[in-house]
Design a binder for this molecule. Sequence first.
Ligand code: IYR
Length: 224
Amino acid sequence: MAQAKNFIPLEQYRSYSEEAMKERAEEFYADIKRRRTVRDFSDKPVPKEVIENCLLAAGTAPNGANLQPWHFVVVSNPDIKRQIREAAEKEEQTFYGGRAPDDWLEALAPLGTDANKPFLETAPYLIVIFAQNYGLTPDGDKIKHYYVSESVGIATGMLVTAVHHAGLVSLTHTPSPMNFLSKVLNRPDNERAFLILVVGYPADEVSVPDITKKSLSELATFVE
Ligand code: IYR
């Protein structure tokens, strides 16, 4: 393989015995399957340091040409949260009030969602994830980015996982359209809002939809 000059030994890699690997994989699955998307948040404050480390974890995601085509805007300011809630609810009202096709609304029915988004104000943190369609040099020249959606999707998945691992809950919220976020948060033209990750503690006695996940044979095919 062609090797660039700036390579370093992979010193952080850890190998485990097969037994330890099986145990670790099983334990990780047991823990991650407890993760549930929550729509009812407590307003209990979350230490900022927890969010900072979750973001650093997300920033380690594999991505196109290591150009890291993302930017995370962490909103805890009540006034900005209110502005985001108001704009998101306005979009959602048109979505639920006629813009969404019936089959989409039917698919959403088991989740019990509607146009009201109080969590956008209640939760201590809204992490607004922006995808950078292209980068910019200090001189303002464009830098091409690759596999932007894939990269930002992977980083978002790692953020969701890190938040769960830390003992918090999250909600992946995608108001549609969400270009209002660029305006409210004053983001540059090369960025588009990808998703809002609502983060905090669950409200007391929160309930979640009784849904199931695909079994292994449904979700995977082994070609041996
Ligand atoms: N953005 C809307 C609708 C919505 C769409 C999907 I796909 C979901 O999994 C959940 C909701 C809303 O946030 O209510």
